[in-house]
Design a protein around this ligand. Structure first.
Ligand code: ISE
Length: 346
């Protein structure tokens, strides 16, 4: 096992800053050494919070730096292709936040470049796979005790998003998580997607279709439904119910198992609170995801969602955006999985 992994974080907005703090305060075997962001003042401010962290203006320079072993890419999706390809070129381990890229062609270029360059280097940031409940659900479904999985019902709600978060982003940036969940839990590709929208909520920005309802058809005949509602006004609610031949299982009900009543101005309530955002809801999943990435990188390996998973999710979302525009089911176009790509796939 290599000594401490020297990590750089590219993009220090909400998620990058959260990962930087996680690396410094609760990840074993890693040391945050550099950060980069187009907002150089923001990067410098973050670097100044921790000992021994440099702010580097050019993200490609950070990737090429001999003092950096691994990089968390938390920049916007439209710069991921260039940054991930640079990591592959310099043989730098990468944890790339979703979506892998903005369209299927560019994601496939990454899969091919990684496969051609040697052993895998890239983990894609689909953190739900690391959430203890989603992981337990996967183990339960795979054990066969519930029989064959027939259906998934996903719910994905955000409290609110900025006006700039348009209808297509609800597919590409939000629904993409449930695309990965369906592929992960069924262990199969999605072959067709339909995305429909009811009359939008009055609080959505002008022209934005929110909420949306998606239907996935799986290669083995199963189906998944997903509600995505990014201006639900309440908080962050993400859950998944699997319906199988001999039972059902739900992840994300957020039940503590403890029933209590608390008297307050509203006359009392029971249960817990809806978390405000994904950082709170998936804090444990992010911790486990980053720790698994650090541990694997130190062993010279990659675990978790692969570039193929990132590519397949992007391809499904590309079809989903077309379906949202046309109201019709759209077949998912996936490249043939050649022996070369299979080698890259874990
Ligand atoms: C955001 O980028 C995420 O990844 C969150 O998990 C998701 O809930 C949100 O809708 C996205 O904008």
């Amino acid at each position: 096992m290599a000594s401490e992994l020297r990590v750089g974080v590219i993009g220090v907005g909400m998620m990058g800053a959260d990962h930087a703090e996680r690396l410094v305060t609760r990840t074993a075997g890693a040391r945050l050494v550099a950060v980069s962001d187009p907002d150089t003042a923001r990067a410098a401010e973050l670097a100044s919070r921790y000992d021994g962290v440099r702010s580097v203006g050019d993200p490609l320079e950070l990737i090429a730096d001999d003092g950096v072993d691994a990089v968390v890419i938390a920049s916007p999706g439209f710069v991921h292709e260039e940054q991930v390809l640079a990591c592959i070129e310099h043989r730098t381990y990468a944890l790339c936040e979703k979506p892998l890229t903005m369209d299927a062609e560019s994601s496939l270029r990454i899969v091919e470049a990684e496969a051609a360059a040697g052993p895998p280097l890239v983990q894609v940031g689909f953190m739900r796979r690391f959430d203890p409940e989603y992981a337990a659900m996967k183990a339960m479904l795979d054990s066969g005790q519930l029989g064959r999985t027939l259906l998934l019902h996903n719910t994905h709600r955000n409290k609110a998003v900025p006006e700039s978060f348009r209808s297509e982003m609800i597919v590409r940036d939000s629904l993409v998580h449930e695309v990965d969940v369906a592929r992960f839990l069924f262990g199969e590709e999605i072959t067709e997607i339909t995305v429909l929208a009811p009359a939008p909520t009055g609080v959505a920005a002008e022209g934005v279709l929110d909420p949306q309802v998606a239907l996935f058809r799986m290669a083995g005949g199963g189906m998944a439904t997903t509600e995505v509602f990014v201006n639900c006004q309440v908080g962050y609610e993400v859950r998944c119910e699997a319906v199988a031949e001999r039972g059902t299982v739900v992840a994300g009900r957020n039940s503590t198992g403890l029933y209590s009543t608390v008297a307050d101005d509203h006359g009392g309530y029971w249960g817990g609170q809806v978390p405000p955002d994904f950082r709170a809801r998936f804090a444990r999943a992010y911790d486990l995801e980053v720790q698994a990435w650090v541990d694997a990188s130190r062993r010279g390996e990659v675990v978790g969602p692969s570039t193929w998973d990132g590519y397949a999710a992007t391809a499904v979302c590309t079809a989903g955006m077309e379906s949202l525009a046309t109201g019709q089911p759209v077949k998912v176009q996936l490249a043939e999985r050649t022996a070369l790509l299979d080698g890259a796939r874990r």
